[in-house]
Design a protein around this ligand. Sequence first.
Ligand code: GLU
Length: 550
Amino acid sequence: MNFELLANTLFPNINITEQELEERFPPRRLAEGAIVSRMAPSPTGFVHLGNLVQGLTSERLTHQSGGVLFLRIEDTDAKREVAGAVETLIESLGHYNINFDEGATKDGDFGSYGPYRQRRRKEIYHVYAKKLVENGMAYPCFCTESELEQIHMEQEKAKANFGYFGKWALWRDRSYEEIKEKLDSGAPWVLRFRSNGSIENKFKFNDLIKGQMTLTENDIDYVLLKSDGIPTYHFAHVVDDHLMRTTHVVRGDEWISTLPFHIQLFNALGFKLPKYLHIGPLMKMDGSSKRKLSKRKDPELALTYYKSEGFPPESVYEYLMTILNSNFEDWRRANPDAPINDFKFSSKKMNPAGSLFDNAKLCDVSKNVISRMSAEKVYSSLVSWAEEFDADFSAKLKKDKEYAIKILSIGRGGKKPRKDITVWKDAKAYMGLFYDEYFVKTDDFPEQFDKNDIKNILNEYICSDIEAADNETWFEHLKRIAEKYGFSPDVKAYKASPELYKGHVGDVSTFIRIALTGKTNSPDLFEITKILGKERVIQRIKTQIAKLGQ
Ligand code: GLU
């Protein structure tokens, strides 16, 4: 077979040479050890936690090493493409501070190694497709769907392995004349790789996350170009990651099964093999067994879930760090206030089997992350969440920023900050007591006390110096009121002889707390009183007194 003739027949219009491409996309001039990696999503519109894990891993590895992270859009499957998907992806990742140095952007491509959208690289792929045909390593296949089905059925009957390979590969060894005749008839064709691998042969491969693996050679003549001339993922990956000078391919481990084919292709094209990092799946406990997070069953797989629930991106990021790097939590304990990028992310600390996702742990991390934020930061993040998901609340927050910040400052900043908010969705219930329209009384006054005592105490309280200068003076008033109505001002004294009292000062503050906040548990009552202000305190308490009177 004259392979050169075949190559020219199949690709008559290729005007660029491989050499020209090598010069157009020269090796990057980066410092020793700098990593070049990429995100290469398909624009399906669904951005999930797996994308974020992959993005975060490559972002950390590249930027920590002074390297380059780029975004390549793998749009070879036009059927799955959704309008606006690229914008959604860039926005979603940007929300988590994953930003690209080059690649596809909202306004076109940026960088000198593009185009960064695969459908615009058709001619580039054809240069290499032609080269493979010239070297006898690729051939056209004219099999129809039904012929392929036929092969499958025969393989089933013969108990052979499935796939287009060896003697089953109908077009692998056809003559030039046969091919030419088919081409002239206008029959559609795909370009297939002519594999020289054998499944009898195993080889060792070192993955930077999985460690050393034993792989089986590929013997399948996989498709390189589809009938519209657009490459498959496999072929595009090899050509793109070579020309874009990727040093590390970070991707999901579902690609390990076709890795032997990718390695074959790098070799067949004479390209240097990049390093590979195959990330294990995200799993969750389902009863007593683990399973992969699923799009159908688990809303928490979609990134939109975290946004609408109101998980701050910092919480999700921090949580992912805890499940991706086994030493992260120890580091965080030792450096509670350090910026997260001070942590040295390492692929060696990743679990080769994947990570276990646990919503309860995420909530716990989120509480801590929010508790460490300044009131101003909480305010601005909460407002931007509410603008999108709770317009009424957002309007209230914006109407009096200073007031909202006072509320959010309660119990913040000390060694043991309060942890009332897990997600922004919680904030309204927590802050609601400070806004009359949101105020709801959920807890009743404890039943064991006489209604008249409660009423008297509440009455006395509003006549007292509500706006005491400090917590101590304010509490002195409470003690005095307690004593006046037969409640012990000292909890210890009460416990020693409960029969002498109706209750103690703690009960007195509970009455006031319930009247003011509607709940038995609340942040510091003095702080609340100060923020609500005398007038509102009096008005709330009067309302409760009136109700008690009924
Ligand atoms: N388009 C592939 C995917 O979305 C990319 C895999 C890779 O990163 O190479 O799974």
